[in-house]
Write a protein that binds this ligand. Structure first.
Ligand code: HPA
Length: 294
């Protein structure tokens, strides 16, 4: 592997070292990995018998710098199922190389994780969406990828996956159906949506013209995360499911006085977090009952 890959912290050996360090410090053998988005760290609090590791203590892990992201890895069980949960993730706008942002996915894979559940906060581009809606991501638009910013760029290590991975099945169809079923049983159907998520680099929020453009390109929600992680997780053969909490409506109209801000994002998280946590935990319970066949 090249010197550049080593500097970025993405080599197989570095991922292996992080995985081995974690496996030797916990008894938990997770099969489900969870990533908590902005203001959604409460999911990690649902984990039973938690064993917590600060990112700063884990070999080769980056550190989380964003307010609303705790920066801890929590191991334990959710509804009896062994899980590992990232309470706080890494973003392009923090200045990390994109391969460093996605390193935890490879570490999870090497620890035995088969299913990834990712959450984020996102702006609603679709005019039918309301603040507080939960959107099942059915597909994505990788804007940074159009400019060559893709976590898989650089030499491909076949031990993780193939050079040219397919992305037309990135978001698992059966898990999306499971989410719809569980949401209906919980009475959540009124605020559950399914749509396309577009990732941008951030940290500045979008201009009005950018929001209009993204919407006309087919995006229902816009954010600054998740897609890079999903690409690397799919590359490594993990099944992916992702949810966006619509934390604000994107401003599409020049007469509007509304301004996107991070506080609103966190506040919506506080209002809707319990629903999102319940939806995810009920899904995980069902995965267990059906022996991961859902
Ligand atoms: N734009 C980008 N990212 C976001 C937004 C938004 O409006 N809301 C939450 N994350």
């Amino acid at each position: 592997m090249s010197y550049v890959s080593e500097l970025r912290g993405e080599t197989y050996e570095q991922c292996r070292a992080a995985a081995d360090w974690l496996l030797s410090n916990t008894q938990v053998r997770p099969t489900v990995g969870i990533v908590c988005g902005s203001g959604l760290g409460g999911l990690a609090e649902m984990i039973k018998d938690p064993q917590v590791f600060k990112y700063s203590d884990i070999p080769h892990f980056p550190r989380s710098t964003v307010h609303g992201h705790a920066g801890r890895l929590v191991f334990g069980t959710l509804k009896g199922k062994p899980c590992v949960c990232m309470q706080g993730r890494f973003h392009l706008y923090e200045g990390y190389p994109i391969q460093k942002i996605t390193l935890p996915m490879r570490v999870f894979k090497l620890m035995g994780v088969e299913t990834m559940i990712l959450t984020n906060a996102a702006g609603g581009l679709n005019q039918d969406y309301k603040v507080g809606d939960i959107m099942i991501i059915k597909d994505h638009i990788n804007m940074p990828g159009f400019a060559g910013v893709n976590p898989l760029s650089g030499p491909n290590d076949e031990r993780f996956g193939v050079r040219f991975p397919c992305m037309s099945d990135a978001y698992d169809r059966e898990m999306r159906q499971l989410a719809l079923d569980v949401a209906s049983e919980l009475g959540y159907s009124d605020f559950l949506r399914e749509g396309v998520y577009c990732v941008l680099g951030g940290p500045s929020f979008e201009t009005i013209a950018e929001c209009r453009m993204l919407h006309s390109l087919g995006a229902d929600a816009v954010g600054m995360s998740t897609v890079h992680e999903v690409i690397v997780a799919r590359h490594a053969g993990m099944r992916c499911f992702a949810l966006s909490l619509i934390s604000n409506k994107s401003v599409m109209d020049y007469d509007s006085q509304k301004k996107a801000n991070h506080e609103e994002v966190l506040e919506t998280g506080r209002l809707r977090a319990k629903h999102l946590e319940k939806l995810v935990s009920c899904m995980v319970a069902r995965l267990e009952r059906d022996n991961n066949s859902y």
